[in-house]
Write a protein that binds this ligand. Sequence first.
Ligand code: PLP
Ligand code: SF4
Length: 489
Amino acid sequence: MPNIDSNFPTNSTTVADVLDDVSDNPMLASLADVQVPEALKEEAPPEDLVHRHFDDSAFWRRFLPYADVTRDEFLDHKFQNKHSVQSVAQLEQLLEGVADPKFIEDVKTGLAQAPMNMRISPYLLSLIDWDEPYRDPIRIQFIPVASSRLADHPKLELDSLHEQDDSPTPGLVHRYPDKALFLPLDVCPVYCRFCTRSYAIGSDTDMVDKVSYSPKSDRWRSAFAYIASRPEIEDIVISGGDMYMMPANKLKEVGETLLAIPHIRRIRFASKGPAVMPMKLLSDQKWFDALCDIVDKGRAMAKEVCLHTHFNATNEITGITRKAMDKLFKRGVQVRNQAVLMRHVNDSSTEMVSLVKQLSYMNVQPYYVYQHDMVQGVEDLRTTVKHSEELERHVRGATAGFNTPTFVNDVPGGGGKRDLHSYDHYNPITGISVYRSPAVNDKVYLYFDPLHLLPEEGRKRWANDYEHEAMIREALCAADALKLERAVG
Ligand SMILES: *Cc1c(COP(=O)(O)O)cnc(C)c1O
Ligand code: SF4
């Protein structure tokens, strides 16, 4: 075939050489002998394409306790629920001969100091590398150990987002003008160490007496009544607890009630489920249909109903996940992801870029990456604002813009989500960042980096109690000066 323009050289390769089988498709077949234009860039090395690999093997059989579990059993959500581990005793029994007894001791002490209970699915348990549990990103998120515990930041509180201050009725948070957050229940398929709602989610622990958000119908009715009474609310987030734990008929009740309210235009169901028990979407057809039914009803009314999920690391994603996400996509359910940035889980640019690309590959749109909230007992998981900003630079540009997550900081005290970069002032030495949130109110909000990651100068200042207020005052003054500078400049 002649060259179109000799200024654009081709090489001797043809399309048929690069694509395995072009004969199936007439469009590709017509290209079979076209010579490929000379490349200007090196081809991506295989390690840049790892996000296309989805483990379809019976990986759980490599985990000794599940060596005999068949595919049918493992893929059944009832097996997953029934065998979820909820106590150290169960974990100890399961891990006998698999994990070091010293590790189990470490978990025992860790749990006694943690604000969250433990609950972890067989799916996740089987994906943990038990030879290296201390480094494993799934273990880090769900199983606390005493040895990695660090003291909480002196400025940290239990309900760091002040959700209870913005609640007109229990389990409903109305912070932003046109959207509200509904927390219909207080149980989840797993319990995450880093949960922002450790003030409510799961049962009481040695550390925390929880606020109860049990699915009582009078509490639900009161939330619906409030939403119906506020015409400015267009958008409802239904979050955790987790709708994965809601039976199909309750899911329908929530969805249909909200859709019936005329001013509601958008509903988001938020669930950790796809990341921790993807097989439910394949095996619990009744539940899957209930969800799709609400999505279809919404679409018929020209209202958006979608699913927001919460993958944090590529280790959580397998061939089962891909099948589940494909099933949702084919049924027309839009899925978006909100990840939490955590040290040693997803804080390297390689891992974060891989996660973003793997989600995109499954048609899950990476929506947010959250700066870790200032919650109790998980100081080892937080990173600095500086680190997150650097990570963001690596992520933006790596793939399509609409699949590029916004890095946000949900600032302590109830200012809401702010673009991570949008602080009025940030001092990486004291680790204090100052944010404003004009759409919510005219206050200023402070976020504090974890002390152990600050330079020595900063750590020394935090070691003196009397310096705390001085550092905060400095930050507030600097923020104000910056604001003035912008106004005149
Ligand atoms: C996160 C959140 C929302 C939804 O915010 P988006 O930025 O639209 O995703 C709504 N209400 C509360 C209280 C929230 O924390
Ligand atoms: S699934 Fe969500 S609400 Fe439940 S414990 Fe985890 S972070 Fe908290």
